[in-house]
Each structure stands twice: as C-alpha cells, then as structure tokens.
Ligand binder design. Sequence first.
Ligand SMILES: C[S@@+](CC[C@H](N)C(=O)[O-])C[C@H]1O[C@@H](n2cnc3c(N)ncnc32)[C@H](O)[C@@H]1O
Length: 273
Amino acid sequence: MKFFLSKLKQVWILNFFRRIFNASKYYNGKYLQILKWGISSKEDTNFSYELTDSNLLDLANVIEVVTKKDFGLILSYLKEAINDTNLKNHVIAETKKSKFVKYADLRCDFAKRLGWYAFVRLLKPKIVVETGVDKGLGSVLLCAALLKNKEEGFTGKYFGTDINPEAGYLMTGIYKSVGNILYGDSISSLSNFKDPIDLFINDSDHSATYEYNEYLTIKPFLTEKAIILGDNSHATDKLGVFSREHGRNYLFFSEKPKNHWYPGGGIGISFSK
Ligand SMILES: C[S@@+](CC[C@H](N)C(=O)[O-])C[C@H]1O[C@@H](n2cnc3c(N)ncnc32)[C@H](O)[C@@H]1O
C-alpha cells in the first residue's frame, strides 16, 4: 500500500487531486452547516452560537493571564452567565415582541461576550462603556454582571453608544436600571463623556481608522487599571498597535463557535503593564 501511494504521488495530476481532497476535508462540513443554517435560521448578521467546551476553557485561561484571578472563579463567572435563565428568558421575550423578530432566532447565546461578562464580574468596574449596541445583547449581559456586582455591594454603570436610533431593543426592565444608551455617533458621544472609564468595549463602526480613533478618544478617560476589549481584533491590528504605542499589554482570544459555520471573531484585550 505504501509503495502504491508513493508511486501515485509521483504522478502530478493524481497527487494534485489527493492534496485538494485532503485540504477540502477541513471545510466540507461547513457547507452542510451553511445549508442547515440557511433553512433553520433567520439571522443575517451578529450570529448566535455557543462556544465549544474547550474554547470556553481557553477563554478562562486567557482571562486568568490578564487579571491574575483564580481560574475556578473565572470559570464560575462564565457559567453564571450561561446559566442565567432570567436573562435568557428576557432576551427571548423581548425578541418576540420586537419588530425585528423576522430577522432573529428565538435563542440566546452570548459566545465571546461571556468574556466581557467575566471581566465585569472580576474587576467590579464603576463605569463600563460599550460602543455599538445593535439589539443590545452585549448591553443586557454587561448590565446583568453589574447587577450581580451590586448584590455584592459594588455599584457600577453601563453606557452604550449607537448611531442607530432603533438600537437597543433588549435594554428594558431591570437591566435598564444600571445602563443607558447614548444615541449618535460614538466618537461624538465619547468626546463629551466625563466619567473615568474602567472597562471599554469597542464594537461600533468596524473600519480600522474609526476603531483606532475610538481608542484615542477614550485614552484620557481611562483609569489606571482600565481594560480595553476590542471586538474587531480578528479583523484589524488597531488595538494591538494602540497598546504598543501607549505602553500597554495586548492579547487576543480567538473564538471557536460550536455547530456553526461562522469562523468566529475574538476578543482583543489591552491591559496595563
Ligand atoms: C456589531 S454591532 C454591535 C453588536 C453589539 N455590541 C452586541 O454585543 O451584540 C455594531 C453596531 O454599531 C453601530 N454603529 C456603526 N457605526 C457607528 C458609529 N459611528 N457610532 C455609533 N454606533 C455605530 C451599528 O448601528 C450597530 O448597531
């Protein structure tokens, strides 16, 4: 058999098809997933999926390196968010009521945003800013973390920014008690921002220049130990560049969606040395 294979490899065209077949095996399953998703899902952007089990552990490991907090505690916060049935029911109920339900699936999965949640639970920030709210999935998750912190005696406030006046339909009920959405261009809203920022999440206009300008805009407001999370860091190097220019550390967590064709984004993490 070995001899036969080595002879086959010497014929260029046969070897070509063997190599193409082997390479395509990494992707063919995805086409099946795309087909299933095309039939079963109504989403066309900001897709819903869980992280794979091992990717969740990767996330906890990365957060441990950044925060130097206990691994078990980090994992418990990630699971706290996954098991928050009140939050999940809220998201599904508000989605059902919304006029955008025709483009949404009635499910609630936070994927990489779970990392955002864990940072809020670990750092107990007073001010959290997320640029780009969309439906408000990140907003309610971050507010849920702030509400848990409040139960433990640590108060904090969330600010979201979005240029779309219809953004944020999930931000209702108890979650709204600790959060506020600033409507308008993110950089204009941030330029007028007065409070010191402990946790900043970039997820608005995904052009590289806009992303970089957001970091420059909020730089004067960052507290000493502030953490910046970039939702665009799988696509641009801007958070890494900004971090290097300002003497900050930078790491990237790469997300792996479970049972979904989307290749995954990630979390860029900029933190003080
Ligand atoms: C990827 S979505 C945000 C997703 C959200 N962070 C989440 O967790 O689901 C990007 C959002 O940024 C908003 N956006 C785009 N350009 C903007 C700008 N210049 N200023 C403020 N928001 C902007 C869009 O309206 C959109 O709702």
